[in-house]
Design a protein around this ligand. Structure first.
Ligand code: PLP
Length: 493
């Protein structure tokens, strides 16, 4: 192994003929792998196999800062200072999007007791479908506690909520880079894999979906959507546990002999570079014509947990900060349910970049706080890496994660399980407001929003829940938890 070059303070080393930055794979797993690859746009399957690397990092590089638990919080100030820059944000968001506009409906939910008064009894909700927003919102005094809901669940019949936001910047980049095949993974009822399958099919791309566990007897919900639109393989849990390796292997098998693999970070970085230099992405070709000859395969992480997914969330924040909606002065607590945590990080980055007095509170559903903090740091790092090309350079002190407020679920439970009474809670909410939440994800954000609104004073930050969609998940749950879904007699009479 020979040190061959030094770029941006990171020593690069060659192994097996490939030029990669001095390795991070030991400490950072696939994150490290992706970072090495950022300087290489295309990887053939053979070069992919020969990747090796070592770690030789300068002391105060962004990465050493990220992996150092005692890294001082003052770096957040420097991150904030560097990112709070209108030019940076407008450059970042000046791109082709999948959603023709970032708009979403906003509802306001008032929280009442059954008698319509105080709050200690049995809670009920009322939906104000056209709430007063903009300047009027600040002036109106509230009789009852309330919170707002951003209705991203209404964006598309099958690709909605945070799935639509995460794919908003990603899909056009796949097209611009003539990607023919996409490989991704998720649970059996993954809304993410279903969204990828539908979006790919809409564009003539082929999706390869690795679903955890066994094939269910009856296909329903997102599992059914994934099966209808994509190519599904069920993967035993033991293999799925090493999901990055699993994804890479499967992508390799799709690439075949002459194809190539594209990494999302590379695509993002290349697009930033092209936009900075005024170049067009001119790789677009007809995917139908070249599919058999030249496959270009992109891997999307589980839950689209990639830096590229953050852009759609930043776009959403910019939209919500318009003067006729929440504006830029009103303090907000944005509540969201967290699986991989990507949505929460995107929202928080958006608020940070735009200098908004908004705090993101994410209910942890699939991991512990340390896992979420790690994910937050790696996403921010990837995001900064790809933005550096467009003229932004993070301060010398590097970056520190702490931009999301990670919150425990009020009734903790194993991810994917549901507790007695939760289906009824969803049913009550649906009947009282016309909004469907599901017990796995969005009920948690609804509950936290309710609690926060109940304890808020008039002058406190307003509470805004992002509805992350996922309502078809109910069908899968009804299959798994039959007894919880038996409709009481009086409801059918
Ligand atoms: C309905 C719903 N809410 C929340 C999440 C979690 O989002 P994230 O992985 O970005 O934290 C998911 C998964 O994508 C989801 O399907």
């Amino acid at each position: 192994m020979t040190a061959v070059a030094s770029r941006g303070g990171v020593v690069w080393a060659a192994a097996g003929g490939g030029g990669f930055p001095a390795g991070m794979s030991g400490g950072l797993g696939l994150l490290g792998f992706k970072i090495f690859e950022q300087k290489r746009h295309y990887i053939t399957s053979s070069s992919y196999q020969s990747m090796r690397s070592v770690q030789i990092l300068p002391r105060c590089s962004p990465i050493s800062a990220l992996t150092n638990p005692s890294f001082p919080n003052t770096s957040q100030v420097s991150l904030k200072h560097s990112l709070c820059n209108d030019e940076f944000v407008s450059k970042l968001l000046d791109r082709r999007w999948d959603l023709s506009s970032p708009d979403a409906k906003i509802n306001q939910i008032t929280v009442l007791d059954r008698n319509g008064g105080g709050l200690n009894g049995d809670i009920s909700f009322h939906n104000i479908t056209h709430p007063c927003l903009g300047e009027g919102m600040m002036k109106t005094s509230q009789l009852f506690p309330s919170f707002y809901v951003v209705r991203d669940d209404l964006l598309h019949p099958l690709v909605n909520g945070n799935k639509a936001r995460k794919l908003d910047a990603l899909l056009p980049l796949l097209e611009d880079n003539a990607v023919t095949d996409v490989v991704t993974c998720g649970g059996c009822q993954s809304a993410h894999t279903a969204a990828v399958a539908v979006s790919c099919a809409e564009r003539g791309l082929k999706s390869h979906l690795l679903l955890r566990g066994e094939e269910p007897e009856t296909l329903t919900g997102y599992n059914l959507v994934s099966r209808l639109y994509g190519n599904v393989v069920y993967v035993p849990r033991s293999l799925y546990a090493k999901r990055e390796e699993m994804l890479a292997r499967h992508a390799e098998s799709v690439v075949g002999r002459n194809g190539s693999m594209l990494l999302l970070n590379d695509i993002l970085e290349a697009s930033s570079r092209n936009r900075a230099t005024g170049k067009q992405n001119v790789l677009q070709v007809d995917p139908f014509k070249c599919r058999e000859k030249l496959r270009k395969v992109a891997i999307i992480n589980e839950g689209a947990g990639d830096a590229i997914a953050l852009l759609g969330l930043i776009r959403l924040i910019q939209y919500l900060s318009k003067n006729h909606l929440f504006g830029k002065k009103q303090a907000l607590k944005i509540v969201v349910d967290a699986g991989t945590g990507t949505t929460a990080v995107g929202l928080a980055l958006g608020a940070l970049c735009l200098g908004l007095p908004w705090e993101v509170m994410a209910v942890m559903l699939a991991d512990k706080v340390d896992g979420y903090k790690k994910k937050e740091q790696s996403l921010i790092f990837e995001f900064l890496e790809s933005s550096t090309i467009s003229g932004f350079a993070p301060g010398p002190s590097g970056v520190n994660g702490g931009i999301v407020h990670w919150v425990e679920r009020s009734l903790p439970r194993k991810f994917g399980n549901i507790l007695k009474g939760e289906v009824e809670e969803c049913q009550n909410i649906a009947q009282q407001t016309g909004i469907l939440v599901d017990p796995i994800y969005t009920l948690a954000a609804w509950d936290l929003s309710t609690q926060l609104s109940q304890s808020a004073q008039e002058e406190d930050a307003k509470v805004v829940m992002l509805h992350t969609g996922g309502t078809l998940g109910m069908f899968g749950l009804a299959q798994r938890y039959r007894s919880y879904f038996q409709i009481p007699k009086e409801a059918v009479e």
